[in-house]
Design a protein around this ligand. Structure first.
Ligand SMILES: NC(=O)C1=CN([C@@H]2O[C@H](COP(=O)(O)OP(=O)(O)OC[C@H]3O[C@@H](n4cnc5c(N)ncnc54)[C@H](OP(=O)(O)O)[C@@H]3O)[C@@H](O)[C@H]2O)C=CC1
Ligand SMILES: Nc1c(N[C@@H]2O[C@H](COP(=O)(O)O)[C@@H](O)[C@H]2O)[nH]c(=O)[nH]c1=O
Length: 596
């Protein structure tokens, strides 16, 4: 097959392959598309088990187009798909093509996937999509190319309808991770079963069952692929659901109940947490005695000042949940759709009619009065499942992988080790990311005094705990003191942040007057304490010399870099300042040693 390469005018770094023969090109694309689809299908076999890591699949094909080996990442921390596939292909790997649904997260310290392909003698790699996380994107592709392997990325190196469809299947498999890279809520799917006349229960509230057994097994699979399943209080009262994945394999999601009243039964299947946990999210102050009862059964209760789907989803995003399945009734579903937290809808339509003007429907009032206002689903799929029809589609498209551009000029000024002409950027955000230890949420306790003029050192579970508490330190009001204590003893940095931020918003009288003037200094002191306490963190910080550090928070425009570089990135700046300070110290001590 004759391939010619030209340099793309839009990007000088991209080589586009064009084929001299139109028919061959079609065959070539069809073959690539088929293997990429297969890699995507394989990767999905462990859906739910790899979270918060992506789903990876790899197919090794010989030059005659035969599959020589396959593999997929089974679970977080197990052997990479690429290593399994080349092992399976053995000697047939030499000169073969490897198809990957997604660029491996090859990064400092873990080159297993790339090394496996290089050592096996793979000649060409076709990648469905680049890694969605900015700090990993492109590094494996660069590494493979540096070993002389031809790497083609769908949509970049060649384009055609068939390849675009294959690329889409790769986007779908890892949609939750793509959302994590671009938004601050988990990827959410609203699922329901309804009769042909649009009811999700009889007017009595009875709903078992609308869809067939086969459809319900599909629901178990959907649950197994999600990090959590959520229902509203009324569904708990009506159905007493279990919400477990009972298809015989895989992962079981956390169960979440959203209830304002907390008026729930004392006995319920969801309170049995022997195999899987349940979290109840409720309005602050709701039925304290019932909260105690739930806690005694091992059910976690989280209180919100404003209990609405967006706040709840942002909270679970911070806790690391990537995908949520909504199995609620129409009341909560309408609220979730109105809050724009639902991305996909999966509806099982059963050929049954139940009637009843009061029988509930899948989505409550959305305030729409004309059909022109109706929400149109995109990428709609129809599939028959036993006697039922499964209709699914997206309410919101899978987002584009927007680059997070840092505020470079300012950062170069702060740290002269950064090359202004070719700054390389390290993004950090979530604690599980490669540089996640740079996040203030990382679990590194620090010992710091209670206030500036205080010698009373105490332990703070994270920099976030210390920073949030300092908003209220020194204010002569017992409520401010209580708030500091509440933050200091918060069970997680997320909880500390929630208390600190909401108190600042709702009770500004408890915030110290000089907070805006001192907050950067407070943060710097805490960071210095953290990085000085943990030598491995200090080494990690020093290892980033010459790079711009950016906290890739899409919404915090003060401490973070923002979605498109519009943020001030103060956290990144302070870390670079600290790095400079450490580098200065080490060069002074080196000078002393050499002159001694
Ligand atoms: N066929 C199907 O697929 C399904 C059918 N069903 C059926 O639907 C019926 C229940 O439907 P529905 O009453 O709509 O139940 P929901 O699951 O939508 O629960 C509604 C409850 O959610 C809680 N809630 C908390 N925050 C909010 C908020 N911001 N907005 C709205 N609700 C919030 C409230 O609980 P609280 O009152 O405790 O404060 C509210 O009463 C039952 O008959 C059940 O069998 C349910 C799920 C799926
Ligand atoms: N009635 C109905 C569904 N109802 C949903 O399933 C929940 C019960 O789950 P479990 O207790 O684990 O079996 C119930 O509370 C509601 O969320 N689902 C469906 O696929 N088909 C159906 O016909």
């Amino acid at each position: 097959m004759a391939l010619s390469f030209r340099i793309s005018s839009s990007s000088p770094l991209i080589c586009r392959a064009t084929l001299s023969n139109g028919d061959n090109s079609r065959n070539y694309h069809t073959t690539d598309a088929a293997f990429i689809r297969r890699a995507a299908d394989l990767s999905e076999m462990s859906a739910g088990l790899t979270s918060p890591h992506p789903n990876f699949g790899c197919v090794i094909a010989t030059s005659s187009g035969k599959v020589a080996g396959e593999g997929y990442l089974y679970a977080q921390g197990t052997k990479p798909a690429e290593a399994l596939a080349v092992e399976a292909a053995g000697e047939f790997s030499r000169g073969a093509t490897a198809y990957l649904n997604m660029e491996p997260g090859d990064c400092h310290g873990d080159h297993t996937a790339v090394s496996a392909l290089v050592q096996a003698g793979i000649e060409r790699v076709v990648v469905g999509i680049r890694h969605p996380l900015q700090h990993l994107r492109g590094s494996a592709i660069r590494e493979l190319r540096s070993h002389g392997i031809e790497v083609n990325v769908l949509g970049e190196d060649f384009e055609s309808k068939v390849l675009e469809d294959a690329r889409k299947s790769c986007l779908l498999v890892n949609a939750p991770l793509i959302h994590r890279a671009c938004s601050r809520v988990p990827f959410s799917v609203l699922k329901y079963a309804m009769t042909l006349d649009g009811k999700i229960a009889a007017s009595s509230g009875h709903a078992a069952w609308i869809s067939s057994k086969l459809s319900r097994t599909r629901v178990f699979e959907l649950r197994g692929g999600s990090d959590a399943v959520i229902v509203g209080g009324n569904t708990v009262r009506q159905d007493d659901p279990r919400l477990t994945a009972r298809h015989g394999q895989g992962h079981t999601p956390t169960r979440i109940v959203m209830t304002q009243s907390l008026d729930l039964p004392e006995k319920a299947n969801l309170w049995d947490v022997s195999e899987v946990s349940t979290i109840v999210v409720t309005q602050r102050g709701a039925r304290k005695s019932f909260q105690k009862l739930l806690a005694s059964k091992g059910v976690e209760v989280v209180e919100f000042d404003m209990l609405n789907p967006r706040e709840v989803m942002e909270y679970f995003h911070l806790r690391g949940y990537l995908s949520i399945l909504w199995e609620c009734g129409g009341t909560l579903a309408a609220s979730a759709i109105s809050s724009s937290v639902i991305h996909k809808v999966v509806a099982f339509v059963a050929p049954k009619i139940i009637g009843g003007s009061k029988a509930p429907s899948p989505v409550g009032d959305l305030g729409m009065v004309e059909m022109t206002q109706a929400l149109n689903l995109i990428d709609v799929c129809y599939e028959q499942v036993g006697p039922d029809m499964l209709v699914s589609g997206f309410l919101q498209p899978i987002p584009d992988l927007l680059p997070v551009i840092p505020s470079e000029d300012a950062t170069v000024e702060i740290d002269p080790s950064v090359d202004p002409f070719e700054p390389s950027i390290i993004f950090f955000y979530k604690t599980w990311d490669l540089y996640g230890s740079f996040s203030n949420f990382s679990p590194h306790p620090i010992r710091m005094p209670y206030g500036e003029e205080n010698d009373d050192y105490m332990t703070w579970s994270s920099v976030e705990h210390y920073y949030q508490a300092n908003k209220f330190v020194g204010v002569e009001n017992p409520k401010a003191y209580d708030c500091v204590e509440k933050i200091r003893t918060a069970r997680s940095p997320e909880e500390a942040a929630l208390i600190g931020r909401s108190t600042l918003r709702q009770k500004p009288e408890l915030v110290r007057n000089d907070w805006e003037d001192v907050k950067i200094e407070v943060m710097y002191k805490a960071l210095k304490c953290k990085f000085s306490t943990y030598p491995h963190l200090k080494s990690m910080l020093l290892s980033t010399i010459g790079t711009v550090l950016v906290e890739a928070s899409p919404h915090d425009l003060f401490w973070g870099g923002g979605r498109e570089g519009e943020g001030l990135n103060y956290l990144g700046r302070l870390l670079m300042q600290l790095r400079s300070e450490y580098l200065g110290e080490s060069s002074v001590s080196a000078e002393k040693t050499s002159s001694a």
